[in-house]
Design a binder for this molecule. Structure first.
Ligand SMILES: [Zn+2]
Length: 300
């Protein structure tokens, strides 16, 4: 009996022991599971952190790049503004200089003739007879004396202008460079004036033959680009025409022009031409009832 009890007691305690160890094992398993889950979670978080950091780094790099570009942009922008300011200042200084020059010219002529009205009057009379006979070496325009300033190549070089630039703007080569106000203003700013002849003529001196062989389109283009020069040429041609018509050896043989009526027209708002009615010296009077006058007119 005692043995059986002992046996029973043993089994009982053994069972309990087993149950306990099972429970522990179960708890261990649960623990390990939990632990694994925790680790997985931690890994996941860490991975996310890594990705986040990578993203963050990329973002920062991008921001840096943008900032660098901004700085470069701002530097360029500042440079541009400074340059504009400089040009404006130079222009203002130039205008100021012009004003000073004009004022001093006025003062000089006032002082010169202060107490001599006769001299002043003479000067006025000779001045108003002056024409715009000074030719600008750059645009070829005709100017009054006071609009022109004279230079030498050295003087322009001393103002810091490059040789090739001077060569381009100084189109009409004379010993002295004469520059009109408008051209001078651009040239001093190192800019080729719009009306510079080398612009209009594409910086080429062409031969007479080449000029005669220019296409119609090319001629139209040149006329459109420089109507002022064309009108001046037209005026010149007319002056030459009057000279011929007035000459004793001209087509009217001494019965030169007595009077004329001219009308200048611009065909299709373009090329100028004239219609003219002329009255000649010694012309016989036409009378339809007088056969002699008809004869005289025919002979004439
Ligand atoms: Zn000019």
């Amino acid at each position: 009996m005692k043995e059986k009890r002992n046996d029973d007691g043993f089994r009982l305690s053994d069972n309990r022991r087993r149950a306990e160890s099972l429970q522990i094992a179960r708890q261990n398993d649960e623990f390990k599971n939990e632990e694994n889950k925790r680790r997985a979670e931690a890994h996941k978080i860490e991975r996310r952190n890594d990705e986040f950091k990578k993203e963050e780094n990329k973002r920062r790099a991008e921001a840096h790049k943008i900032e660098r570009q901004n700085i470069e942009f701002r530097t360029q922008e500042n440079d541009r503004r400074l340059n504009l300011l400089k040009i404006k200042r130079e222009e203002e200084e130039y205008k100021e200089e012009e004003r000073r020059r004009n004022a001093s010219r006025m003062r000089l002529s006032r002082d010169k003739y202060e107490n001599n009205f006769h001299l002043l009057k003479l000067n006025y009379e000779s001045k108003i007879k002056e024409g715009p006979t000074h030719i600008c070496s750059c645009c070829g325009g005709l100017w009054f004396e006071y609009s022109i300033e004279e230079f030498t190549v050295e003087m322009l070089r001393n103002k810091g202008l490059p040789k090739e630039f001077i060569d381009k703007v100084y189109y009409l080569k004379n010993t002295i460079i004469k520059l009109c106000v408008t051209c001078r203003k651009d040239i001093m700013l190192n800019k080729v004036p719009n009306l510079c002849l080398s612009n209009v003529l594409e910086n080429k001196v062409i031969t007479l033959e080449e000029a005669e062989n220019l296409s119609y389109e090319k001629k139209c283009d040149l006329i459109r680009k420089d109507p002022v020069t064309c009108v001046r040429y037209f005026e010149h041609r007319l002056k030459c025409l009057w000279e011929i018509l007035l000459a004793p050896c001209g087509p009217f043989e001494g019965n030169g022009l007595e009077d004329k009526y001219i009308r200048v027209e611009f065909q299709f708002r373009g090329s100028p031409h004239i219609h003219v009615c002329i009255r000649l010296k010694n012309a016989p009077k036409y009378d339809k009832n007088n056969p002699k006058s008809i004869e005289q007119c025919t002979v004439y």
